[in-house]
Design a protein around this ligand. Structure first.
Ligand SMILES: C[S@@+](CC[C@H](N)C(=O)[O-])C[C@H]1O[C@@H](n2cnc3c(N)ncnc32)[C@H](O)[C@@H]1O
Length: 293
């Protein structure tokens, strides 16, 4: 059902096989790991409480296979993980997509979180980005960030008086000039998006809710308005909320009815802000189709 936003309460493996091949432009997933819960997928299960990344990968793989099938040729998959499972999942994804389709290991750094007496504080997550094929979409200009001052580059003015950062390659003598006003495409390590603190306005109370700015950068990088986005472990619906705000279509799946309820409320509010530019919740016609309940 292309063109309609959908929230579905179900195991993602009961939904994805019914989606046409190549029907999504982008997929972001933030699958549960180390939650201490038994995880039952369609026809397979594992017990998360053992913190067992090998069992986790075996559980996750059928979702990744379906994810690849429903991705468009120019589409991209983002898998959000932390230090406990990322290396295991990377190997599985290399096998599934091929190493040539690995685009980036995005290191998302934040300051909130635990300290360690026996090592460095663990303050980053990793988002693995795989492209479906060699001609993947990347809208670099949509995600430019301001150029930082204090870099090793000299700041000069061009003929029109515009500030430019300039550096000369010592070996070749070639001069590189970057207009400051154009900003730059971010590197693969992101330190400018903080994780949500307890009083963050967008907090819904759902565990491991991710910040909207993180999803905003990802979706802007690989989709255009009207494109189709899938999140099959949606939680509080961060992907769906951002997709809605940016004018992308979405399919958001979560097996927990409580997650769907959180998403419904959140999407109503996002739509309100989009239509009226306000935080106030006013009744609006709902265009999202809710299935599975
Ligand atoms: C880490 S949370 C996602 C958080 C989300 N990124 C956010 O910003 O709110 C993982 C979610 O996956 C859901 N989930 C776990 N197994 C699932 C399955 N087999 N199918 C669909 N959803 C599942 C859980 O209910 C949970 O809400």
């Amino acid at each position: 059902m292309v063109g309609v936003d959908r929230l579905v309460c179900a195991d993602a493996l009961d939904v994805l096989p019914h989606e046409p091949a190549g029907s999504f432009d982008a997929i972001y997933i933030d699958p549960p790991f180390g939650t201490g819960l038994a995880r039952v997928g369609r026809g397979h299960s594992y017990v998360d409480r053992a913190d067992d990344p090998v069992a986790f990968v075996a559980w996750l793989e059928p979702y990744l296979v379906e994810g690849k099938r429903v991705l468009a040729e120019h589409g991209s998959l983002f898998v959000h993980l932390d230090y406990r499972a990322v290396h295991y999942v990377k190997v599985a994804l290399d096998g599934l997509f091929g190493r040539a389709c690995f685009v980036n290991e995005i290191v998302w750094c934040y300051s909130v979180g635990g300290k360690s007496r026996r090592g460095f504080g663990r303050k980053h997550d990793t988002i693995l980005w795989y492209a479906r094929g060699p001609a993947h979409a990347f809208y670099a200009d949509a995600v430019r960030v301001p150029r930082r001052g204090g870099s090793h580059m000299r700041v000069a003015r061009d003929a029109s008086g515009q500030a430019i950062q300039e550096k000369t390659d010592r070996k070749t003598g070639r001069v590189y000039r970057y207009p400051v006003a154009e900003g730059k495409v971010p590197e693969d390590w992101w330190t400018d998006i903080e994780t949500l603190n307890h009083s963050a306005k967008e907090r819904t109370g759902w565990p491991s809710q991710k910040p909207e700015r993180l999803l905003e950068r990802i979706l802007l990088a690989v989709t255009r308005p009207g494109d189709r986005v899938l999140d099959c472990f949606s939680g509080s619906g961060t992907t769906a909320a951002v997709a809605q705000r940016l004018g992308r279509r979405f399919l958001a799946i979560d097996r927990e009815p409580a997650a769907i309820a959180v998403m419904e409320t959140r999407l109503k509010m996002t739509q309100e802000k989009r239509e009226f530019g306000s935080d106030r919740l006013r009744p609006t016609p709902r265009r999202t189709k809710i299935a599975g309940r």
